[in-house]
Design a protein around this ligand. Structure first.
Ligand code: ZN
Length: 211
């Protein structure tokens, strides 16, 4: 490993299957309403059972707090793994750029760095998170899996909201290590003000009538 951190990678145009997301949905699953509640996104998690409920909850809270600081409300749908979906299932593949899907995978996609923690697929409004590296990072950097996962998800939301480049500070740094997770555990690893403006601008644009 180079340095002391795992990497985050943005890929464009890589197709991943994101259609295996059934059954277990816990509330909070209404489509994002950017008019009634301000700017909002919804995130569906697929295959999240590789983590404990407590880890998922901490990760959700961590991601949501980072986005809230940027002026964006987050809601969640936990989809689980498994069988074919009914057409009406809210876990069906995304159709809205504010309606994101994260799935958990065992290894980076073909051609990606083996140390890639996650990768965003903007064309699909989705991201894949390499969950063994989340667990490894938590041990290596003496933090919790929920903090690592929450940071990674917020970072990938940034990419999916149009932030293509990594920054030298904050949640969009390209590598994550002990320092970043410590900041995150204190609520101090955030989007820069420029990044937050960009995300709000993207969602505001999405909220306008399309014709
Ligand atoms: Zn990245």
């Amino acid at each position: 490993m180079r340095g002391n951190s795992f990497r985050l990678v943005l890929t464009i145009g890589v197709a991943l299957t994101a259609d295996h997301c059934p059954a277990q949905q816990h509330g909070r699953g209404q489509a994002p309403d950017r008019h009634a509640e301000g700017l909002a996104i919804r995130i569906r998690l697929s295959g999240e059972e590789v983590f404990s409920r407590e880890t998922i909850r901490l990760a959700e809270d961590t991601t949501a707090a980072i986005l809230q600081a940027a002026g964006v409300h987050t809601s969640w749908v936990v989809c689980g793994a498994g069988s074919p979906l009914p057409v009406s299932d809210p876990c069906r593949p995304p159709t809205d750029p504010a309606d994101l899907q994260f799935e958990f995978v065992t290894r980076p996609g073909t051609g990606l760095d083996l140390l890639s923690l996650a990768y965003a697929i903007p064309a699909n409004h989705s991201a894949a998170i390499v969950y063994p590296l989340v667990k490894t990072s938590a041990v290596k950097f003496e933090t919790s899996e929920g903090i690592v996962l929450g940071v990674v998800m917020a970072h990938e939301v940034g990419h999916l909201m149009g932030i293509a480049r990594h920054a030298i500070t904050g949640i969009m740094e390209g590598t994550l290590g002990r320092k970043q997770y410590l900041l995150a555990s204190r609520g101090a690893l955030l989007f820069t003000s420029a990044e937050a403006r960009r995300i709000r601008g993207r969602l505001t644009t999405l909220g306008k009538p399309t014709r």
